[in-house]
Design a binder for this molecule. Structure first.
Ligand SMILES: [Zn+2]
Length: 404
């Protein structure tokens, strides 16, 4: 096994370095991957994505760890030869972002141990935020915010972060936050007076470099609390986004940012009342409308009055109210339809004493509309996507009734 000397192990702020190419392999993508005798690039691992940067002028798009070859630097083009001396440069903004999230995770994980004896079982650094899974019994907003408070206090105390190399035996006598499966020498990350844990990642020099830690949301997942958090520059970016969103909402109400929730709640309550009001008005207008429609009704041989009508943009509830107003009259059948944006709606209804199965008629009509529907013998509802067939579907149902 060839090993790569990992410069980031001792200095996570080193971005420029020189190295010698020790191997080149073709990737399936057509790109090449090179190994170096030493590298400052952190390869993907431990829930953290790899560094990016350049080797000479060529972009390093990803770094991966392999057991046989050490750290593979995947290059976007470029010509390098085994034995060549190269100059490597790690993208610092990305490295800084990663070490803020990662060191932030160490601090937050220890905060949960200190306060609630709740271990961290998983960590993933994603594009805009990170997740930790914490074995927190009965997670609440209060508990999580308490941990965030402690974590930020540790950050603002600007404690030193030390890297320690110890043997497996030495490690056994130390109060480590978690065990390591690694053999041989262990690399420990110590946040002075707060946290000691084995880790191979890139960290801040002092906790102050993490800047700020904030939780965006949390959920219960498989008996754990999955916590979505941001640190450092991400916390600022997230604050900007959240602030913009809140101000945009508030401006729609000509309200101050922090008054927006109350303004939205008032609007929702008003809307509920208006809807109730509209429904009761609809019942009144439906009765008047029903009288008008009955004047144009077709008189069938058996003395039943048949009302057919297609409306534009009438919702199912309003259509049903009209049907109910119609069949409140004796010996009446109503076949009503509505075109609403991309859907056709139907309501078929009859007075109690009139024979005929509206359910069967509705199923047949819905087939013509490429939709579905059904109900009871005296009242059925349905609809479909085939708007062009709405008139035909109602006419077909009317014919069935006149021919019966
Ligand atoms: Zn770490």
């Amino acid at each position: 096994m060839k090993t790569t000397e990992r410069l980031y192990y001792t200095d996570s702020h080193l971005t420029d370095f020189e190295a010698r190419v020790t191997g080149i392999t073709e990737r399936v993508s057509g790109w090449v991957a090179v190994t170096l005798d030493r590298t400052a690039f952190y390869p993907t691992g431990g829930g953290q994505p790899s560094d990016t940067g350049t080797l000479n002028e060529t972009r390093v798009v990803e770094c991966v760890e392999t057991e046989e070859q050490g750290v593979l630097h995947v290059l976007q083009g470029g010509k390098l030869e085994v034995g060549a001396q190269v100059v490597g440069q790690v993208d610092w903004p990305r490295r800084l972002d990663h070490l803020q999230q990662h060191t932030g995770q160490h601090i937050l994980s220890q905060a949960f141990i200190n306060l609630f004896n709740a271990e961290t079982r998983g960590f993933r650094m994603l594009d805009q935020y990170s997740e930790i899974d914490v074995a927190l019994v009965d997670p609440t907003e209060e508990k999580i915010e308490e941990a965030i408070e402690l974590a930020n206090r540790i950050i603002w105390e600007d404690r030193a972060v030390h890297i320690r190399q110890v043997t497996k035996e030495e490690a056994a006598s130390l109060p480590l936050r978690k065990d390591s499966a690694r053999e041989g020498e262990l690399r420990l990350i110590e946040i002075e007076g707060f946290d000691l844990t084995p880790c191979g990642g890139t960290h801040a020099r002092r906790t102050g470099e993490v800047g700020l830690l904030a939780v965006r949301s949390f959920e219960r997942a498989k008996g754990l609390a999955r916590i979505d958090f941001v640190a450092g520059g991400r916390a600022l970016a997230d604050y900007r986004r959240a602030n913009r969103t809140a101000r945009n909402v508030a401006s729609m109400f000509s309200a101050g940012r922090d008054d927006a929730p109350a303004a939205v709640a008032r609007l929702l309550e008003e809307n509920k009342q208006l809807t109730r009001h509209v429904r009761s008005l609809e019942e009144i207008t439906a009765r008047v409308e029903a009288e008008e429609l009955l004047k144009d009704a077709l008189a069938l041989d058996n003395g039943t009055r048949l009302c057919t009508r297609v409306f534009e943009d009438r919702d199912a509830e309003s259509l049903k109210k009209l049907a109910q107003a119609l069949i409140a009259h004796p010996a009446t059948i109503a076949l009503l339809g509505s075109r609403e944006q991309d859907a056709a709606r139907l309501v078929f209804a009859r007075s109690v004493e009139v024979p005929g199965d509206m359910n069967t008629l509705m199923r047949e009509a819905c087939q013509m509309l490429d939709g579905r529907g059904g109900g009871k013998p005296d009242m059925a509802q349905g609809g479909g996507r085939n708007l062009d067939k709405l008139d035909d579907a109602i006419q077909a149902a009317a014919r069935r009734l006149t021919e019966a």
